[in-house]
Design a protein around this ligand. Structure first.
Ligand code: FES
Length: 308
């Protein structure tokens, strides 16, 4: 189940009461307080156990030597340690499509593993394509070995078994939903190829672990005014700050979690003004409905009004 680089943790309620329910695709925040030099640090991890199991949550965490310390702290945890976690949140739910194609790169398998479990229970039609470096790098291997709906693609094995999206994704099929999770280059490869093959954006669902490179390149942007609809209060957002920074500094009770535009926890509705979206979580439809991430998105003009 674990690999040389991935640890699998089973979390049980410290107070004995059942955990909140969740659906496949959900993640939790894990508070790594004193375990991280310069902490506290909050990290999001997808739940990869059986959805519906309220006695135990399972997460799997890749050890990343160049990270800011969160994954290393998780790898140092011992059985019996107490770990504060949030209730599950879900921005990556299974759609009601007739068929699901799931594409996982490395540790990106975690939310898709929960989806596969859920679809197994409900009798859903799906295929999970799981790309890993080698057989020893396959996390949650006990679940995937000899599973009829799981196709492993291993980098160190012959070319013909590696992921071939023209074969494994193919042309668009009606009522089929595509789910992608993994490192940025893997996701870009799958999503760009899906686009080239003609898949509509509404059929594509993604969850990133880190902001897309393009978002990093956008720079801080211009200063602008943010107005809160509930009170009419206005605040100036300087070029080097985020809307969320300004809200929190002024005591506004604004939700947030990843602060990188990938979890969706900070989303609010724009009531006036035009948004400069810089997140990697909202779909085109959600943006068109006026959804806005305060942790990274900005105003295109001189002001924006939020439903806060
Ligand atoms: S806090 Fe995660 S998207 Fe804004």
């Amino acid at each position: 189940m674990t690999t040389p680089r991935v640890v699998v943790l089973d979390l049980e309620p410290a107070d004995g009461n059942p955990f909140p329910e969740y659906e496949a695709g959900a993640h939790i925040d894990v508070l790594l307080d004193e375990r991280v030099p310069g902490g506290p640090l909050v990290r999001q991890y997808s739940l990869c156990g059986e959805p519906g199991n309220r006695k135990r949550y399972r997460i799997a965490v890749l050890r990343e030597e160049n990270s800011r310390g969160g994954s290393l702290a998780v790898h140092r945890l011992q059985v019996g340690d107490h770990l504060p976690i949030s209730a599950p949140r879900n921005n990556f739910r299974l759609s009601p499509a007739r068929r699901h194609l799931l594409f996982a790169g490395g540790i990106g398998v975690t939310p898709l593993a929960a989806m596969a479990r859920q679809l197994d229970v409900t009798g859903g039609d799906y295929t999970l394509h799981y790309c890993a470096r080698s057989a020893t790098d396959v996390a949650l291997a006990d679940m995937f070995t000899d599973h009829p709906r799981v196709v492993l693609h291993l980098d160190d094995q012959p070319a013909e078994q590696r992921l071939d999206l023209r074969r494994d994704l193919g042309d668009p099929v009606k009522d089929t939903a595509v789910y992608v999770c993994g490192p940025g280059p893997f996701m870009d490869y799958v999503l760009n190829t899906a686009d080239e093959l003609g898949w509509p954006s509404t059929a594509l669902h993604k969850e990133r672990f880190a902001p897309a490179a393009a978002a990093d390149d956008l720079g801080p942007g211009n200063g602008f005014t943010v107005r809160l609809a509930s009170t009419g209060t206005e605040y100036h957002v300087a070029p080097e700050e985020t809307v969320l920074d300004v809200l929190l500094r002024n005591g506004v009770d604004a939700p947030s979690s990843c602060q990188q535009g990938i979890c969706g926890e900070c989303v609010v509705r724009v009531l006036a003004g035009e948004a400069d979206h810089r997140d990697d979580v909202l779909s085109a439809a959600e943006r068109a409905e006026g959804m806005f991430t305060t942790c990274c998105s900005r105003a295109l003009g001189s002001s924006i009004e939020l439903d806060l």
